[in-house]
Structures are given as structure tokens and as C-alpha cells.
Write a protein that binds this ligand. Structure first.
Ligand SMILES: Cc1cc2nc3c(=O)[nH]c(=O)nc-3n(C[C@H](O)[C@H](O)[C@H](O)COP(=O)(O)OP(=O)(O)OC[C@H]3O[C@@H](n4cnc5c(N)ncnc54)[C@H](O)[C@@H]3O)c2cc1C
Length: 301
């Protein structure tokens, strides 16, 4: 059985960056990705806030990253990790038909935005349906949009969008918001924000393959709202391995300053950890930090 210095699970920007640093330090590593290299990048139509590119599509950035690790000869395995196990001196990674061992493990498995689960939703991602206002809000300048959600994230993003869009309609399925801040007061002072309570989004409609309206239902009636975009904030689920007893913050992995989890020799980076901002630059930077810490520890052995 091959005993790796480090196995990185997840080939998004966080895992790829970690693999670049570890490979440059000549460590024996393996990067495992179950789907497309680049991860979430492949779902982003355009990126305007990544240093070095005034604008680049997510798939193009993913392809650049892939070329970079190919030229560095980073060993890549296209497979799904189904379980991990921590033992005293090693970690074991289980794939469907084999297991691999390593000294250090980096979890860079990202998170999945919770979807509404409505017909057309997947087809309209990037064509009116978004899960990230910071990323996609600019495409809806002076247009009418809806924010769907009842928590702090939905309110924050609605505030952000209210400075860009013509009108922002917040669709909350409850009769109040889950917030402990004064953000709702701030939103009420905005002239272009409308809040609908006890309202459920029940359908999406499209014209020319783009979102054109949503159907919203409250206790009394059903109405059709014409919007160019919807921003869905009904939570997200980090991809953790729940068979291990990690310390969590909500559903997210808690890490120390060096990005090690509560379990010795298992690190976590990117969208799977608890943090303030979920962006590409900090995911990449966390990849570097975890890798450097592991390199230092390996060099001391
Ligand atoms: C629509 C959208 C637009 C965005 N726009 C921007 C933007 O403009 N600017 C910005 O800075 N940020 C943006 N973000 C946020 C940014 O994309 C993320 O913060 C970043 O991509 C997270 O990178 P990551 O490597 O942590 O996770 P991911 O890119 O999600 O990578 C995780 C990878 O792990 C793999 N994986 C998971 N489980 C397993 C397993 N068991 N076995 C093997 N592989 C596994 C997944 O397949 C995935 O490829 C956007 C996010 C979204 C959703």
C-alpha cells in the first residue's frame, strides 16, 4: 500500500493550491477529486474579483489551474472518497474498491448550496438563478431580483443587492427573520426593498432560456413576480466526513490557526470550514497555509 505524505481530498481552488505548494516542496502527495477539477469554479459564469484577471470565467480559471498541476505532475485520482479513518500514526482514505494511507490529510471538500428543489432550477443556474450575490449581483444592475431566505445571509445579500438592483423582493417563508442584528432596520430604510412574509416560492418560469418570473404563495393567494434574478439563501451543507468526531461550528469544520482540525494531522481548508467570507482568494490562501504547516512538520521528521 502506497504511504503518502499527504492526501488532499477535493480539487477545488483550495485543494489545488495546497497540492501546488506540497508538490513544489517535493512531497509524496495525491489529489483526489470526484468530479471536475476546479470544483465550484465550474459553476461560476464570470469572476471579477480574482487578482490578476479583470474578468475570467470560472471554467477558464479551473482549466488554468488544471494545466498548472498537470505541468507540475501532481498525481491526481478521479474518485470519490467514501470514508476516512484516523489512526495513531496515519490516516486511511477509503475509496470504493481500495484504501490509501497517508501521514497528513487535507479536507478541501467544499460545500453544497441548498437548492429550492424546483423544476427548472438547475437549468437556470447562471441564467437568473444564483446562490451568490457577491459573485453574480453585478449582472443584475438596475433589474428586479428576489432573495429567497429567512436568515442573516439572505438579509446581508439583499442589502448588498439593494445598492445595485432596481428592486429587491425578499421572499421569507416564515413570519420573521432569524437575525440578531439591526440589518432589517437598515433594509427598511431602503426605498427599493420589499419583504414578503409567510411566502413560499413554488415555481420558476423562463423566457428564452432565462428566468423571467417566480410564483410565490402566501396563506391567501398566489402571485407571479417578474424578476430577472433570484438569489437563494436557504442554507448550505459542507461536505464533511461525519464518521469522525470533528469539532464543528454548526455544520462546518472548526480549524486552528494552522488549519488543522480538532483531529491531529487532519487539516481542512476552503468552503468546508467555518469562517466569515467564502471566497476564492481566501480558499487559495488557506491551501497555502495548510500545505506550509504540513511541509514544516514533514521536514522535521
Ligand atoms: C455561483 C457561485 C459563484 C461564485 N462566485 C465567486 C466569485 O466571483 N468570486 C469569489 O471569490 N468566490 C466566488 N464564489 C465562492 C467560491 O467559488 C468558493 O469559495 C470556492 O470555490 C471554494 O473552493 P473550495 O476549493 O473550498 O471548494 P470547491 O471548489 O467546492 O471544491 C470542493 C471539491 O471537492 C470535491 N469533493 C467533495 N467531496 C468529495 C469526496 N468525498 N471525494 C472526492 N472529492 C470530493 C468536489 O467535487 C469539489 O470539486 C462563488 C460561489 C458560487 C456557488
Amino acid at each position: 500500500m502506497n504511504n503518502y505524505d499527504c492526501i488532499i481530498i477535493g480539487g477545488g481552488i483550495a485543494g489545488i493550491t495546497a497540492s501546488i505548494y506540497l508538490k513544489n516542496a517535493n512531497k509524496n502527495i495525491l489529489l483526489i477529486e470526484k468530479s471536475s477539477m476546479g470544483g465550484t469554479l465550474n459553476k461560476i459564469s464570470e469572476i471579477h474579483n480574482y487578482p490578476g484577471f479583470s474578468s475570467i470565467s470560472g471554467p477558464d480559471l479551473a482549466s488554468n489551474l488544471y494545466s498548472q498541476i498537470k505541468s507540475l505532475e501532481v498525481p491526481i485520482l478521479n474518485d470519490t472518497v467514501i470514508k476516512i479513518e484516523h489512526q495513531e500514526t496515519k490516516n486511511v482514505v477509503y475509496l470504493k474498491d481500495k484504501k490509501l494511507e497517508c501521514k497528513y490529510l487535507i479536507l478541501a471538500t467544499g460545500k453544497e448550496a441548498r437548492k429550492l428543489g424546483l423544476p427548472l432550477e438547475d437549468d437556470l443556474i447562471g441564467k437568473g438563478v444564483s446562490y451568490c450575490a457577491l459573485c453574480d449581483g453585478g449582472f443584475f444592475k438596475d433589474k428586479d431580483v428576489a432573495v429567497i431566505g429567512a436568515g442573516e445571509a439572505a438579509l446581508n445579500e439583499a442589502l448588498y443587492l439593494s445598492n445595485i438592483c432596481h428592486k429587491v423582493i425578499i421572499v421569507n417563508k416564515y413570519n420573521e427573520f432569524k437575525t440578531e442584528t439591526d440589518i432589517l432596520d437598515k433594509l427598511k430604510k431602503k426605498g427599493n426593498v420589499l419583504v414578503l412574509y409567510n411566502s413560499l416560492t413554488t415555481a420558476l418560469k423562463s423566457k428564452n432560456s432565462k428566468l423571467s418570473s417566480i410564483i410565490v404563495k402566501d396563506e391567501k393567494e398566489e402571485q407571479e413576480l417578474e424578476v430577472s434574478g433570484i438569489f437563494v439563501y436557504i442554507g448550505s451543507t459542507p461536505n464533511i466526513f461525519s464518521n469522525l468526531d470533528f469539532e464543528l461550528d454548526g455544520k462546518y469544520l472548526k480549524v486552528r490557526e494552522n488549519f488543522e482540525t480538532s483531529i491531529d494531522s487532519i487539516y481542512a481548508i476552503g468552503d468546508v470550514i467555518t469562517k466569515k467570507y467564502y471566497q476564492l482568494v481566501n480558499a487559495a490562501s488557506e491551501g497555502m497555509e495548510a500545505a506550509m504547516d504540513i511541509i514544516k512538520r514533514l521536514n522535521k521528521e
